[in-house]
Design a protein. Structure first.
Length: 293
């Protein structure tokens, strides 16, 4: 059984720690246990409950009513009344549980349920990409460990490779060419894999370079192929601390090249582009897709 701190519950549910404590005191919503040193902790059932409570509150239910519900009642209401948006929120919460508990069967059940009624691109936009954005935040706040991130990332990676391999490689003169890469020090490439699928499905040419690519290598690709659209995700603390220096390096290298760069990810939050004609910062991957695909 996993153990979670109240800060973990805050990061995973989006409910502030002081609100969770208030709900405990007022409604006995959760029943935390204590370690031998008297430190409070929560179990899997507590996390599942707070995730379901979060979803029901977003659906318009008052916390005073939700707190009195059993787990069965919560599940029935969610199943009967969930809109597509709230259904997706529920699936994202279940995926978090699968990640935290290393539960491959639960993960596959979630995805099979969604793909039974939706296409692959909708799965990317509504499930995978938002989930990866949340993982990026959890990573930066130390709410998940590397093993949990690697576990769920590899499950997603296996599925995405299957989807990409099923697409034909087509080239014509009017195609955009997208180069998907991660800079040095950045290792989280799942968002890139998804955009690899979305852009290729839309009929564009894609060049997937993957992780840990130096600027000099990008320049060599441009020298050979001409004007390119570079796309990258920035999530690591290392990249975040040096992001201004990195952008300056790109400006120095690619000014007048005709190339453009598009970035998103947790490390780009509240960052400004030094040259908006060359470097664009997007709120999320959906914004990149809307702008470019």
């Amino acid at each position: 059984m996993a153990e979670f701190s109240i800060k973990d519950l805050e990061s995973l549910s989006g409910i502030k720690a002081h609100t969770i404590r208030m709900w405990e005191q007022r409604y006995e919503l959760l029943n935390p246990k204590r370690t031998d040193t008297n430190i409070r902790f929560y179990c899997d059932n507590d996390l599942k409950r707070i995730l379901n409570v979060t979803l029901l509150c977003k659906m318009g239910y008052r916390i005073s009513k939700v707190a009195g519900m059993s787990e069965k009642e919560m599940s029935e209401i969610i199943a009967e009344n969930a809109s597509e948006e709230s259904e997706e929120s529920h699936l994202l919460n279940i995926m978090k549980l699968a990640m935290l508990n290393y539960d491959e069967l639960l993960f596959n059940n979630v995805m099979d349920r969604f793909l039974a009624d939706h296409d692959v691109e909708q799965a990317f936009k509504s499930i995978f990409i938002p989930f990866l954005s949340q993982i990026g935040v959890l990573w930066l706040t130390n709410s998940i460990c590397p093993a949990q991130e690697h576990f769920v990332s590899n499950l997603i990676r296996q599925k995405v490779y299957t989807y990409v391999d099923a697409l034909p490689v087509e080239e014509n003169e009017n195609q955009k060419t997208f180069v998907l890469y991660l800079p040095e020090g950045e290792m989280h490439d799942l968002g890139l894999l998804m955009l690899h699928y979305v852009f290729r499905f839309a009929g564009h040419r894609t060049i997937f370079l993957g992780q840990n690519v130096p600027v000099e290598d990008l320049s060599q690709v441009s020298d050979r192929l001409g004007e390119l659209v570079f796309v990258s995700f920035l999530t690591s603390c290392h990249v975040k601390n040096d992001i201004e220096k990195y952008f300056t390096h790109l400006v120095d290298t690619f000014t007048d090249s005709g190339c453009t760069f598009h970035f998103t990810g947790a490390a780009t939050n509240e960052k400004e582009s030094p040259r908006k004609d060359l470097i664009s910062i997007h709120e999320n991957a959906e914004s990149i897709i809307s702008s470019l695909a």
